[in-house]
Design a protein around this ligand. Structure first.
Ligand code: GAR
Length: 215
Protein backbone atom coordinates (compact mmCIF):
# COMPACT_ATOMS: atom_id res chain seq x y z
CA UNK A 1 0.00 0.00 0.00
CA UNK A 2 1.15 3.58 -0.69
CA UNK A 3 2.32 5.63 2.32
CA UNK A 4 -0.57 6.91 4.38
CA UNK A 5 -1.33 10.61 4.01
CA UNK A 6 -0.87 12.59 7.25
CA UNK A 7 -3.94 14.54 8.31
CA UNK A 8 -4.49 16.97 11.19
CA UNK A 9 -7.73 17.12 13.15
CA UNK A 10 -9.02 20.25 14.93
CA UNK A 11 -11.62 19.60 17.63
CA UNK A 12 -13.18 21.58 20.47
CA UNK A 13 -15.33 19.01 22.23
CA UNK A 14 -15.95 15.38 22.92
CA UNK A 15 -14.38 14.19 19.70
CA UNK A 16 -16.64 11.34 18.60
CA UNK A 17 -15.94 12.28 14.98
CA UNK A 18 -12.25 12.27 15.79
CA UNK A 19 -12.76 8.78 17.24
CA UNK A 20 -14.42 7.64 14.00
CA UNK A 21 -11.35 8.87 12.12
CA UNK A 22 -8.98 7.22 14.62
CA UNK A 23 -10.85 3.95 14.16
CA UNK A 24 -10.81 4.27 10.36
CA UNK A 25 -7.07 5.00 10.40
CA UNK A 26 -6.63 1.80 12.39
CA UNK A 27 -7.88 -0.25 9.46
CA UNK A 28 -5.14 -1.87 7.41
CA UNK A 29 -6.15 -0.43 4.04
CA UNK A 30 -7.11 3.10 5.15
CA UNK A 31 -5.08 5.69 3.21
CA UNK A 32 -4.70 8.35 5.95
CA UNK A 33 -3.03 8.62 9.32
CA UNK A 34 -3.70 11.24 12.00
CA UNK A 35 -0.44 13.11 12.58
CA UNK A 36 -1.73 15.55 15.21
CA UNK A 37 -4.90 16.62 17.00
CA UNK A 38 -5.27 20.27 18.02
CA UNK A 39 -7.84 21.82 20.31
CA UNK A 40 -8.52 25.38 21.40
CA UNK A 41 -9.80 23.90 24.70
CA UNK A 42 -7.36 22.37 27.12
CA UNK A 43 -10.07 20.15 28.63
CA UNK A 44 -11.53 18.90 25.34
CA UNK A 45 -12.05 15.14 25.56
CA UNK A 46 -10.85 14.99 21.96
CA UNK A 47 -7.31 15.61 23.23
CA UNK A 48 -7.66 12.68 25.63
CA UNK A 49 -8.90 10.44 22.82
CA UNK A 50 -5.81 11.40 20.81
CA UNK A 51 -3.43 10.65 23.71
CA UNK A 52 -5.07 7.27 24.28
CA UNK A 53 -4.49 6.47 20.62
CA UNK A 54 -0.84 7.57 20.81
CA UNK A 55 -1.43 10.63 18.62
CA UNK A 56 0.24 13.96 19.47
CA UNK A 57 -2.39 16.14 21.18
CA UNK A 58 -1.74 19.88 21.23
CA UNK A 59 -3.66 22.61 23.00
CA UNK A 60 -3.45 25.89 21.08
CA UNK A 61 -5.25 28.46 23.21
CA UNK A 62 -7.26 31.24 21.69
CA UNK A 63 -6.28 34.52 23.34
CA UNK A 64 -9.42 36.59 23.34
CA UNK A 65 -7.92 39.99 22.73
CA UNK A 66 -5.72 38.87 19.84
CA UNK A 67 -6.86 38.51 16.22
CA UNK A 68 -8.21 35.10 15.23
CA UNK A 69 -5.58 34.96 12.48
CA UNK A 70 -2.84 34.78 15.15
CA UNK A 71 -4.48 31.72 16.62
CA UNK A 72 -4.70 30.14 13.18
CA UNK A 73 -1.03 31.00 12.49
CA UNK A 74 -0.06 29.14 15.66
CA UNK A 75 -2.09 26.13 14.52
CA UNK A 76 -0.55 26.23 11.04
CA UNK A 77 2.88 26.03 12.64
CA UNK A 78 1.90 22.91 14.60
CA UNK A 79 0.24 21.31 11.56
CA UNK A 80 3.34 21.93 9.45
CA UNK A 81 5.67 20.58 12.15
CA UNK A 82 3.72 17.33 11.92
CA UNK A 83 3.81 17.17 8.13
CA UNK A 84 0.04 17.48 7.76
CA UNK A 85 -1.36 17.49 4.20
CA UNK A 86 -5.10 17.74 4.93
CA UNK A 87 -6.93 19.40 7.82
CA UNK A 88 -10.22 18.07 9.21
CA UNK A 89 -12.44 20.17 11.45
CA UNK A 90 -14.31 17.76 13.71
CA UNK A 91 -16.53 19.65 16.11
CA UNK A 92 -14.15 22.61 15.91
CA UNK A 93 -16.31 25.46 17.13
CA UNK A 94 -14.30 28.52 16.00
CA UNK A 95 -14.41 30.06 12.55
CA UNK A 96 -11.13 29.57 10.71
CA UNK A 97 -9.50 32.47 8.90
CA UNK A 98 -7.73 32.77 5.55
CA UNK A 99 -4.45 32.28 7.46
CA UNK A 100 -5.31 28.59 7.85
CA UNK A 101 -7.15 28.22 4.53
CA UNK A 102 -4.28 29.77 2.54
CA UNK A 103 -1.78 27.44 4.21
CA UNK A 104 -3.83 24.41 3.10
CA UNK A 105 -5.61 25.56 -0.06
CA UNK A 106 -8.63 23.36 -0.88
CA UNK A 107 -7.43 20.94 1.78
CA UNK A 108 -9.57 21.84 4.77
CA UNK A 109 -12.73 19.79 5.45
CA UNK A 110 -15.55 20.26 7.94
CA UNK A 111 -18.46 18.20 9.19
CA UNK A 112 -21.74 19.91 10.01
CA UNK A 113 -24.82 18.37 11.67
CA UNK A 114 -27.39 19.39 9.04
CA UNK A 115 -28.10 19.00 5.36
CA UNK A 116 -26.37 22.14 4.13
CA UNK A 117 -27.24 24.70 2.91
CA UNK A 118 -29.99 24.39 5.54
CA UNK A 119 -29.25 25.24 9.16
CA UNK A 120 -25.79 26.76 9.03
CA UNK A 121 -24.04 27.90 12.16
CA UNK A 122 -24.55 26.91 15.76
CA UNK A 123 -27.25 24.59 17.14
CA UNK A 124 -28.06 23.07 13.76
CA UNK A 125 -29.99 20.18 15.29
CA UNK A 126 -32.16 22.57 17.34
CA UNK A 127 -32.69 24.70 14.24
CA UNK A 128 -34.01 21.61 12.44
CA UNK A 129 -36.37 20.77 15.31
CA UNK A 130 -37.61 24.37 15.47
CA UNK A 131 -38.22 24.44 11.72
CA UNK A 132 -40.28 21.25 11.90
CA UNK A 133 -38.42 19.54 9.05
CA UNK A 134 -39.06 15.81 8.62
CA UNK A 135 -35.57 15.02 7.39
CA UNK A 136 -32.26 16.53 8.44
CA UNK A 137 -28.77 15.01 8.52
CA UNK A 138 -25.11 15.82 8.20
CA UNK A 139 -22.71 17.17 5.59
CA UNK A 140 -18.98 17.01 4.95
CA UNK A 141 -17.78 19.95 2.89
CA UNK A 142 -14.70 21.90 1.88
CA UNK A 143 -14.12 24.89 4.12
CA UNK A 144 -14.24 28.37 2.62
CA UNK A 145 -14.09 31.70 4.48
CA UNK A 146 -17.91 31.82 4.81
CA UNK A 147 -19.53 29.84 7.60
CA UNK A 148 -20.65 26.33 6.54
CA UNK A 149 -20.74 27.41 2.89
CA UNK A 150 -18.12 25.39 1.07
CA UNK A 151 -18.60 22.80 -1.68
CA UNK A 152 -20.38 19.66 -0.49
CA UNK A 153 -18.59 16.29 -0.57
CA UNK A 154 -21.10 13.90 0.98
CA UNK A 155 -24.29 13.99 2.99
CA UNK A 156 -26.32 11.67 5.18
CA UNK A 157 -30.07 12.02 5.68
CA UNK A 158 -31.64 11.40 9.08
CA UNK A 159 -35.41 11.37 9.68
CA UNK A 160 -36.80 13.57 12.45
CA UNK A 161 -39.09 11.32 14.51
CA UNK A 162 -42.24 12.73 16.13
CA UNK A 163 -40.90 11.94 19.61
CA UNK A 164 -37.41 13.31 18.97
CA UNK A 165 -35.83 15.67 21.43
CA UNK A 166 -32.50 17.39 20.93
CA UNK A 167 -30.44 14.60 22.47
CA UNK A 168 -32.08 11.80 20.51
CA UNK A 169 -31.79 13.66 17.23
CA UNK A 170 -28.20 14.70 17.90
CA UNK A 171 -27.22 11.10 18.65
CA UNK A 172 -28.75 9.73 15.44
CA UNK A 173 -27.12 12.47 13.37
CA UNK A 174 -23.77 11.64 14.99
CA UNK A 175 -24.15 8.02 13.88
CA UNK A 176 -24.36 9.11 10.28
CA UNK A 177 -21.53 11.64 10.80
CA UNK A 178 -19.28 8.79 11.90
CA UNK A 179 -19.85 7.05 8.56
CA UNK A 180 -19.52 10.21 6.47
CA UNK A 181 -16.21 11.61 7.68
CA UNK A 182 -14.07 8.52 7.09
CA UNK A 183 -15.58 8.25 3.59
CA UNK A 184 -14.85 11.89 2.73
CA UNK A 185 -11.30 11.75 4.12
CA UNK A 186 -10.57 8.58 2.15
CA UNK A 187 -11.76 10.19 -1.08
CA UNK A 188 -9.87 13.42 -0.30
CA UNK A 189 -6.47 11.89 0.43
CA UNK A 190 -6.77 9.52 -2.52
CA UNK A 191 -7.20 12.56 -4.79
CA UNK A 192 -10.69 11.52 -5.86
CA UNK A 193 -12.41 14.85 -5.16
CA UNK A 194 -12.28 17.52 -7.84
CA UNK A 195 -13.58 21.03 -7.31
CA UNK A 196 -15.62 22.19 -10.27
CA UNK A 197 -16.87 25.71 -9.64
CA UNK A 198 -18.89 25.48 -6.45
CA UNK A 199 -19.42 21.73 -6.78
CA UNK A 200 -17.40 18.63 -5.99
CA UNK A 201 -16.95 15.89 -8.57
CA UNK A 202 -16.29 12.54 -6.91
CA UNK A 203 -14.42 9.73 -8.57
CA UNK A 204 -16.38 7.14 -6.61
CA UNK A 205 -15.36 3.52 -6.24
CA UNK A 206 -17.88 0.73 -6.81
CA UNK A 207 -20.05 0.45 -3.71
CA UNK A 208 -19.25 3.97 -2.49
CA UNK A 209 -22.17 6.34 -2.12
CA UNK A 210 -21.84 9.98 -1.18
CA UNK A 211 -25.51 10.09 -0.22
CA UNK A 212 -26.04 8.03 2.92
CA UNK A 213 -29.19 7.19 4.87
CA UNK A 214 -29.28 7.11 8.64
CA UNK A 215 -31.91 5.71 10.96
C1 GAR B 1 -20.78 17.23 15.63
O1 GAR B 1 -22.15 17.04 15.57
C2 GAR B 1 -20.34 18.15 14.51
O2 GAR B 1 -21.03 17.96 13.31
C3 GAR B 1 -20.65 19.49 15.12
O3 GAR B 1 -20.23 19.39 16.44
C4 GAR B 1 -20.39 18.04 16.87
C5 GAR B 1 -19.08 17.58 17.45
O4 GAR B 1 -19.21 16.31 17.98
N1 GAR B 1 -19.98 20.55 14.42
C6 GAR B 1 -20.54 21.74 14.23
O5 GAR B 1 -21.64 22.03 14.66
C7 GAR B 1 -19.69 22.71 13.47
N2 GAR B 1 -20.50 23.75 12.91
P1 GAR B 1 -17.92 15.46 18.35
O6 GAR B 1 -17.01 16.35 19.17
O7 GAR B 1 -18.48 14.32 19.16
O8 GAR B 1 -17.28 15.01 17.08
Amino acid sequence: MAARVPIGVLASGSGTNLQALIDACGEPDYPATIAVVISNRRDAFALERARRAGIPAVHVPRFRKRPRSEHDAAMVEVLREHGVRWVCLAGYMLLVTPTLLDAFPDRVLNIHPALLPSFRGLHAQQQALDAGVRITGATVHFVTPGMDEGPIICQGAVPVRPDDDLERLRARILQVEHRLYPLAVRQAVEGRLRLDGGRVRVDARPGEDNALWGG
